[in-house]
Design a protein around this ligand. Sequence first.
Ligand SMILES: [Zn+2]
Ligand SMILES: [Zn+2]
Length: 339
Amino acid sequence: MPKMRVAQVPYANGPFELVERDIPEPAAGQVRIKVQACGVCHSDSLTKEGLFPNIEYPRVPGHELIGTVDAIGPGVAGWTTGEPVGVGWHGGHCGHCIPCRHGDTFACATSSLVTGITHDGGYAEYMVAPAESVAHAPPGLTPTEIAPLMCAGITTFNALRNSGAGPGDVVAVLGLGGLGHLGVQFARKLGFKTVAIDRHQDKAPLAEQLGAHHYIDSTATDPAAELQKLGGAKAILATVTSGEAMAAVQDGLSPNGTLMVIGAVPSLSADTMFLLLGRRSIKGWYAGVASDSEDTLLFSQANGVNSMNEIYPLSRAGEAYDRMMSGQARFRVVLTMDE
Ligand SMILES: [Zn+2]
Ligand SMILES: [Zn+2]
């Protein structure tokens, strides 16, 4: 039986273990992927720390992976062995429940599958995935460079393009980390008047390098007031993990503006009078499904959106995870299956 290496979490809050397993066979409806690179996302802490309900251990995390189709299960059409593919957070859907029948497969009511949580993900040399969760990747891209587009990329790109903002509108990106450094690039390339907001003036050169027209240091000024001086933001993309930081910028929205929340925080307070008088809104956004991943990859390739990464081999997955959790990575941590 041919073997593969995976980095697994043995139990909630357990240490990463590099183990050898049999390479899995794809069942009906699945494809097997030879993984080339997998990003390390903050949401992997749900698996590592057991924060997601009913996780079965040992579990292999990873929902930000790029690889090639290696084997195709029975009854699967539309895939070619060897073609480049990616898989993100959305781990599959049933196709027949009410949300699925309305095209909202992201909200599938019967099979809430999440890559690396409900089934094994991409911290591995091989994985099997439901075919509907797999995205075609354009050829010619470098796996370690594009893996973060499968979660950090799709989440920011898809939220921005569904924010209601159009070309020329003021759009702010709150936070310049793994998500935000992509969000600023997408905002600029989507034609928005792009404002980056972070703490401290030393982030200003980075913001400019990523394409921001303006930089706001939230420690030196009131970011909401600064946004209003620019006419107000039609959308604010909140990539931070602080409800207080989100609340501090929401008064920077223009009439009909939307605060797009793409990360979970314990609580978020809202200025309801400001919301209703200006018909403003606060909206959550789910990363997206495989077709959104394909759009993200094609847009990034066509417009030169690049993730800046720190690369670690699979054998150092625990170190890579700690580096991501430290918040010090510039900007995305990516595992490669090459040693
Ligand atoms: Zn993620
Ligand atoms: Zn469904």
